[in-house]
Structure formats: structure tokens, C-alpha cells
Write a new protein. Sequence first.
Length: 266
Amino acid sequence: MSAVAGPFGIAGPDDGPALLLRNLSKSYTAGKPVLRGITLAIEGRGITAIIGPSGTGKSTLIRCINRLVTPTSGEIIFRGQSLDSLSGSALRKARRRIGMVHQEYNLVERLTVMENLLCGRLGYVPVWRAWLRRFPDQDIDRAFELLDAVGLADYAHRRADQLSGGQRQRVGIARALMQGPELLLADEPTSSLDPKTSVEIVELMARLAGDRGIPVVINIHNVELARRFASRIIGMAQGEIVFDGPPDALQDQHLARIYGGESWLE
């Protein structure tokens, strides 16, 4: 039986993986591949953490999934739909189903927290409504519910540029969930945060996505955070997958292969 998504992305079980990548490759410069034939299946629940050194293609992989980056070759199949060849309105509709939490928050600084959340519904309302900021009551109600869920109920009318980094990332998570996604992507969501706030942010994503049955793919540098919250870890090196397994299977020898040598383990 296929998954059935509600208006805000609460989906049931699916027969196959939520996301399937087949032989995905990306080169920004001819002859210098960043991704080398990635084949990967993401199931319909849980957190998949992608780890690896800078420059190994983690962010490119995340951005290929929602077509912010166009792959050079290969397939991206999301809930049975091929994304790699989509363009125009078909691509915009597909992107509505994939939430994104960004490294640098990607908020509109001059807008309020509530207005930033409602940006998550821009793909669902007519242009004139968005221009006049006249969103349906159910969207506004949902935004208040999500602000409460991320601990920012009292910040609805505060400008985004008045928030701390951790608060901004909470807004980013809530905005992504406003889309009603069937998949949540996170590209280094803790890289600008202190260790305590980093734990809180990943824990928040894990809880909110888990409650809604939304699978999460997170690109993250912090190996211990990946071990703590992910059900599956993908290790990448030089554009290829060199480890794929549960956190307790990730050993020092795997980390040495992922990060290149053993000196960094000392």
C-alpha cells in the first residue's frame, strides 16, 4: 500500500524506499567528479546521517536530491517519481514535498518569525495571496502550532535578525515543516552553533520528524551527534560511499578510511 500524506506531511507506511538514488554523479568541471556513481535507498522513517570531510560531496548530494543542484547523470526517485528530469512547474511541485534546513538558516532577516514560517507555504497559495501576505487561516494556525513545538511561541512577531543562531535554526526547522514535507533534508544545520545548542537542534529535528513519520537525511560534521541520533550512517570519501551501516558498526578503521588516515583520531 502506498503512503498517504496529509496536508502537513504525516505519511503512512510505504512498500518501497522513500528515496532512491541510482548511479548519481555530479561534476562541476569536466573530468573532476564531485559525486561518483552514488546508489542509495532511504527508507520511510528515521534519520540517515551523512558524514565525511569537507569537499567530499556531502552538500552536493543533499542539494542534488531536491534539485538545487542538477546531477550530471543518474536517477533520483522520490516516492516513485523521477526527479532528475523535472523542470518548471513540475519541479516546483515536487520540491514542495521536500523540506530543507540550511546551514546558514536562510531566513528573510527583515521579516518576522511568523512571516518566515509562512514562506513555507508559498508553493501552495496563489501569487497574489503571497504578495499580500494573506494566507489561509489553517496555515496561520499551523504556524502557531509549530512555533510552540520548537519553543518559540512568544517570538511570532519578532524580526528574524533579532534572534540568536539557535533560535534562527528553530525557525528554519519550523518553516521546513510548514511545507508538509514527505522528506526532510538538513545541510550542516549545526555548523554555526555551540555544542549544547547543536544537540538541542538535532534532537528537535529527530523528535518533530519522528512524530510526523518524516524521514530525515542530514549532512553533518559531528560524528558523535550522528552516532547519537541517526539510525543509519553513510560515510563518504572522495565522492563515494565507503561506509553504510548502523551507528554501532562505525569503528575507528571506518573513520580512518572516511577522513583519510588515523592521526585525526588521536
